[in-house]
Ligand binder design. Structure first.
Ligand code: ZN
Length: 201
């Protein structure tokens, strides 16, 4: 137990900050001190933003995205192509794809990937809801934008099997050479996947 050097309010702030991803106890102390020094400029607006988030943020009942409206902004956006569902494991992946501006599609957030080792089975994810959505005649394609890991790929196979009897085209992200990547630096698995997924020039 480290020696306590500040009042309980500050210790509690540090302890809570230390639970954020990427912040250990040392950087939590630094962040807490920074917040305290910037009490008016940063700490008060942050506290207000957190309160507003607690009061308004909810999980979209259609796609599983998080937003302050339900159904979410993406599900209600008339500019989005309703025939394509982009399936992601987590909201962070949805944000990453949105940042890439690659496709104006709708999403489906699974809430994770199948992982027998961690005890995560199909009932722990929103796979049932996805299969129901995919049966809508307006849906033509389901893109499985899942991690290129064992769990991600076994989840992709599981979903593909469940969509076997539908007219929906099931696709997945290409695996291969990253943009700006040099072949000499790639691992063998990525290089082999890139060769297998080669496309006409
Ligand atoms: Zn939504």
């Amino acid at each position: 137990m480290p020696a306590v050097s500040a009042g309980p309010e500050i210790e509690r702030l540090i302890a809570l900050l230390a639970r954020l991803p990427g912040l250990g106890p040392r950087s939590a102390r630094r962040a807490a001190l920074f917040l305290i020094k910037k009490r008016e400029l940063l700490m008060a607006p942050l506290a207000a933003a957190l309160t507003a988030a607690i009061e308004t943020i909810q999980v979209c009942r259609v796609c599983g995205n998080i937003d302050s409206q339900n159904p979410c902004t993406i599900c209600t956006d008339p500019q989005r192509d309703p025939s394509v569902i982009l399936v992601v494991a987590d909201v962070g992946d949805l944000w990453a794809l949105e940042r890439a501006h690659a496709l104006k599609a709708r999403y489906h957030v699974l809430g994770g990937t199948l992982s027998p080792l961690d005890g995560i089975g199909p009932d722990d994810l929103t796979i049932d809801a996805l299969i129901k959505r995919a049966h809508d005649p307006a849906v033509r394609e389901v893109i499985l934008a899942l991690n290129a890991t064992v769990d991600g790929q076994s989840t992709a196979h599981y979903i593909t099997d469940l969509l076997h009897d539908t007219e929906v085209k099931v696709t997945r992200l290409a695996h291969g050479v990253p943009v700006g990547g040099e072949l000499d630096y790639l691992d063998e698995g990525t290089l082999a996947a890139a060769i297998r997924s080669r496309t006409p020039f």
